[in-house]
Design a protein around this ligand. Structure first.
Ligand code: NAG
Ligand code: NAG
Ligand code: NAG
Ligand code: NAG
Ligand code: NAG
Ligand code: NAG
Length: 429
């Protein structure tokens, strides 16, 4: 079977439930970029915090650093303004206006600056009477605000859900999506709707979300600590059968921002967040100070192999396949396809805190990797670990507390191997 047909077939299998998904041509792979919220919150006092307040300077500096530090070359492209950019009142014509002390040049000028760097511009609003921080929400102005965003050359809209009635969210989120579409300007549409219902025990309407939104926040906000990362991973694992069918090119589950490069995660935990976000086909939206990210954290954020897993064109969200004693195995089917078998990203993670190492071993078949000829391995954080001419049918890894071993397994096609004797099939236990 042609590789192209195989991709299509897998695509169809994945979209059984989502064949009416949003078609604005955007977010065919999970969006990548930078957003201010987790790191900078709602700092509006620019006298006291001139370098950290939510102002046009902050976003211009982020755009500069995305380019000068080479993040743009890896795919990070959206510079997203979260809450606290607005004036507390609309103008005399009912239009949204930015706080003119902190955004004196206006939003169109900021969009132009960001576009001038070859990047894209994201902007926050809220379906409700007010944003979470108390600025004007879009309720009562849906069409006008969608048009305003288009007029400002916005490329990505995050629509939050504070100060709104959850029974009105179905109509609100779908209607705003229609108005965005009617502007004629393609804008990625990020919906926070399920983040307001799931914590109340009300399952998100992922069928509708995938028809109207490019991504949606399934759960609570992330803070800068391991406990939050761990809770999000557990929540997505517990609910994976509900979430995974709706992920695919153009529409993604969003477990929230990458906090790598801040204060709360160890080096191992940073590798782990990046690996699991890659397995989950999650948007890679950093929220950090790009000027002070430590070199080892920058290397994680810029790991090409891990980003390639996240951005894999099959667009299949991976899943938890094994869990015992807080040791877990996650897998995600990815390209290339060899002999009708996909490759896989495999993340072995420990959520334990006791300092001792734990061995985790499995045959590849037990975790769903069925190529009879075996697989070659690449350890994505330790690329020299495996010799690419060796073939494996099983694996054993050593895990330390809250750490990850992240492997790419590529199926071997024996017919293409010139000298079978060169290949040693290994069972490592
Ligand atoms: C907010 O808008 C009001 C009314 O348009 C205006 O008088 C005021 O100067 C604005 N304040 C800021 C900080 O933008
Ligand atoms: C929420 O909206 C529904 C439907 O419009 C309405 O019946 C209900 O009273 C509203 N609840 C609140 C608290 O406003
Ligand atoms: C609007 O929706 C139509 C139908 O899904 C789609 O073909 C078109 O690309 C969308 N346009 C924009 C600007 O999102
Ligand atoms: C993150 O931790 C805070 C407390 O710091 C908590 O309120 C919040 O619910 C947590 N979020 C998640 C996603 O677990
Ligand atoms: C590839 O897989 C498909 C779907 O499982 C199957 O129909 C087809 O016969 C397979 N082709 C080969 C060459 O094994
Ligand atoms: C976690 C795990 O899979 N451990 C297994 C490793 O292999 C030994 C020996 O076959 C098993 O006893 C463990 O259960």
């Amino acid at each position: 079977m042609l590789k192209k047909d195989m991709i299509l077939l897998i695509g169809l299998l994945v979209c059984v439930k989502t064949c009416y998904s949003l078609d604005n041509g955007l977010a065919l792979t999970p969006p990548m970029g930078w957003m201010h919220w987790q790191r900078y919150r709602c700092i509006v006092d620019c006298k006291e915090y001139p370098d950290d307040c939510v102002s046009e300077q902050l976003f211009k500096k982020a755009a500069d650093l995305i380019v000068s530090e080479g993040y743009d070359q890896l795919g990070y492209e959206y510079i997203i303004v979260d809450d606290c950019w607005l004036n507390k009142t609309r103008d005399e014509n009912g239009r949204l206006q930015p706080d003119k002390d902190r955004f004196p040049s206006g939003m169109k000028a900021l969009a132009d600056y960001i576009h001038g760097k070859g990047l894209k511009f994201g902007l926050y609003e809220d379906f409700g009477t007010k944003t979470c921080a108390g600025y004007p929400g879009v309720l009562g102005h849906l069409e006008q605000d969608a048009q305003q965003f288009a007029d400002w050359d916005v490329d990505y809209v995050k629509l939050d859900g504070c100060y709104s009635n959850i029974t009105e969210m179905y109509d609100g989120y779908t209607q705003f999506g229609k108005y965005l579409n009617e502007t004629g300007r393609p804008m990625v549409y990020s919906c926070s709707w399920p983040a307001y219902t799931e914590p109340l025990g009300i399952p998100g309407d992922y069928e509708t979300l995938s028809e109207y939104c490019n991504l949606w926040r399934n759960w609570d906000d992330i803070d800068d600590n391991w406990a939050n990362v761990s809770r999000i991973i557990d929540f997505f694992a517990e609910n994976q059968d509900r979430f995974i069918p709706y992920a695919g090119p153009g529409h993604w589950n969003d477990p929230d921002m990458l906090i790598i490069g801040n204060f709360g995660l160890s080096d191992d935990q940073s590798e782990l967040q990046m690996a699991i976000w890659a397995i989950m086909a999650a948007p890679l939206i950093m929220s950090n100070n790009l000027a002070t990210v430590k070199p080892q954290h920058k290397a994680i954020l810029q790991n090409k192999d891990v980003i390639a897993v996240n951005q894999d064109a099959l667009g299949i969200q991976g899943r938890l396949v094994f869990k015992k004693n807080k040791l877990e195995i996650w897998t995600r089917p990815i390209l290339p396809i060899v002999n009708n078998h996909t490759s896989y990203a495999i993340a072995f993670i420990s959520q334990r805190f006791d300092g001792r190492p734990y061995h985790l071993n499995t045959t590849l078949q037990e975790i769903g990797l069925n190529n009879p000829n075996g697989y070659t391995f690449k350890d994505l954080y330790n690329p020299d670990k495996y010799d690419s001419s060796e073939v494996y049918k099983a694996i054993k890894v050593t895990l330390f507390p809250t750490a990850v071993v992240f492997i790419k397994a590529t199926p071997v096609d024996n017919e293409q191997v010139p000298n079978e004797k060169l290949i040693e099939v290994k069972h490592i236990f």
